[in-house]
Design a protein around this ligand. Sequence first.
Ligand code: MG
Length: 339
Amino acid sequence: ITSKRALENLLSTLPMLRTPKPENAVTIAVSSRVLFRTEREQKVFEQKGVEEYLRYQIEHENEPFAPGPAFSFVKALETVNARLRELYPQSEELFDIVLVTYNHAHVGIRLINTINHHNLFIERFCMTGGSSPIGYLKAWHTNLYLSADAEKVREALTEGIAAATMFMPEKMTEVSESQLRVAFDGDAVLFSDESERIFKAHGLDKFFEHEKENEDTLLDHGPLKGFLEALGKLQKKFYAKGQRLNCPIRTYLVTARSAASSGIRALKTLRAWGLEIDEALFLAGAPKGPMLEKIRPHIYFDDQMFHVEGAAEMGTIAAHVPYGIAQNYTTKLKTSMEK
Ligand SMILES: [Mg+2]
């Protein structure tokens, strides 16, 4: 009888560990190069070629990779999942993490060892052996794709998948282990680049004028709107159980717009979309780095490289959304960073 009960207890835990169906889950695809630190291996690949690289990976397959820029974000997703499973044991509305790698299957053993070493719960692997993962991302209903490869990120955005490029930071600020914090820029991230185009073409005064005139016209949606929506859907599950104040997901809008002149349109648009953002910060052109340092998000999304760099310098994990008109203006900065 005891053993039967033990078996029943064991079985009762199984639904909690089952991987959700992609259409129910909020699917986050991360590349191995942003989840873990793989610079050394990357160097072997670039300098000695693929055969030497594979040999190196197999020789080191029992050495786990160190955490990369997306690591704390993924950890926080799992924290949210644990809370969701407590409240809704049968629900499949969870984050589902897919590890995407262009690597050869040989490297898979080291990746699995690393995942187990860090106690991550990642069951889905997409090992493309060098070909593009974009088709798989679509099949998986991917809600967000994070990669070190700007080209692949651009490809994903073109296909309508929310995506951002991540970089290996020099320093990473410590972040919350109990609450997932996600911060978004407004223009060309949550919103389209419509207003950004006015600013780039005619300057700040014309931009203010344009935003005032169009105060009651909603902004069009940008590439990350769908991801904010997905976060909102999960937040509401906590609110429904009376956990609004204790919600393990918190969202932030960090925009260079100023509250009085151009903020109304942004807020009206979010409200019309039915999206709540927990905190909205209108910086009126002030640098974003110091504010983000206070927020300590697990990830911050911006379409402009200088904001990404400014945030990263102060220890914030910032991801670049290569979308919209600003991309035509950042070429110089990007080149200087690559040097
Ligand atoms: Mg922007």
